[in-house]
Design a protein around this ligand. Structure first.
Ligand SMILES: Nc1nc2c(ncn2[C@@H]2O[C@H](COP(=O)(O)OP(=O)(O)OP(=O)(O)O)[C@@H](O)[C@H]2O)c(=O)[nH]1
Ligand SMILES: [Zn+2]
Length: 190
């Protein structure tokens, strides 16, 4: 499918909502929307696991939790294509190698720029880190507002969805899991 086909589809939608796609203010809108969609959905053109291929071994034997906190993201729900706006916490306990911290945020971005449900988004981030880095464990916590429940449908504002995925030592060791969740809670305090 070509870019022109996609722009034509948005002209059809503009007509369907009751607009005139030929009026001055809207004549470039299909082109702009198609460009915006390339940004929202650029995750289909990347493999987020590739961000985790550069690793560092000279950690001085560091073997405690590494936690990147409060990572903002924007995604879209696969049922309504409505925005999902939230934050992610990504932690792991290295076995030998660590990854550059920006790469954890890049993995979050890569999976967020696709149509998602939050459960799969959370799982994909955790599985990517586990499979590429092979750490002792991974913990991912995601908290997000879904515009499909605030702006339409049940129309509930101020409602968040929380999801978490624990792998390895975070699943097996309740104290470590608590330590991770305590740091998330501290960040969530108003
Ligand atoms: N589990 C899960 N559900 C989601 C997520 N995002 C949106 N949903 C829900 O997906 C469901 C889709 O249900 P349907 O009954 O097929 O759609 P709908 O008729 O538009 O539902 P309403 O939103 O209740 O009007 C809705 O309940 C949404 O709230 C998500 O990330 N995870
Ligand atoms: Zn939705």
């Amino acid at each position: 499918m070509s870019r022109e086909d996609a722009e034509e589809a948005f002209r059809v939608i503009l007509r369907w909502i009751g607009e005139d796609p030929e009026r001055e203010g809207l004549v470039d809108t299909p082109r702009r929307v198609v460009e915006a969609y390339r940004t929202y959905f650029r995750g289909y053109f990347e493999d987020p696991t590739e961000h985790l291929r550069t690793t560092f071994a000279e950690t001085g034997g560091y073997d405690d939790m590494v936690l990147l906190r409060n990572i903002p993201f924007r995604s879209h729900c696969e049922h309504h294509m409505a925005p999902i706006v939230g934050r992610a916490w990504v932690g792991y306990v290295p076995a030998q190698r660590v990854v550059g911290i920006s790469k954890l945020a890049r993995v979050v971005d890569g999976y967020s720029r696709r149509l998602q449900i939050q459960e799969r988004f959370t799982t994909e981030i955790a599985n990517a880190i586990q499979s590429e880095l092979e750490p002792k464990g991974v913990a991912v916590f995601v908290k997000a507002e879904h515009h499909c429940i605030s702006g339409r449908g049940v129309q509930k504002h101020g409602v968040d969805l929380s999801t978490s995925k624990m792998i390895g030592c975070f699943k097996d060791d309740p104290i470590l899991r608590q330590e991770f969740l305590a740091m998330v809670s501290a960040d969530l305090k108003p």
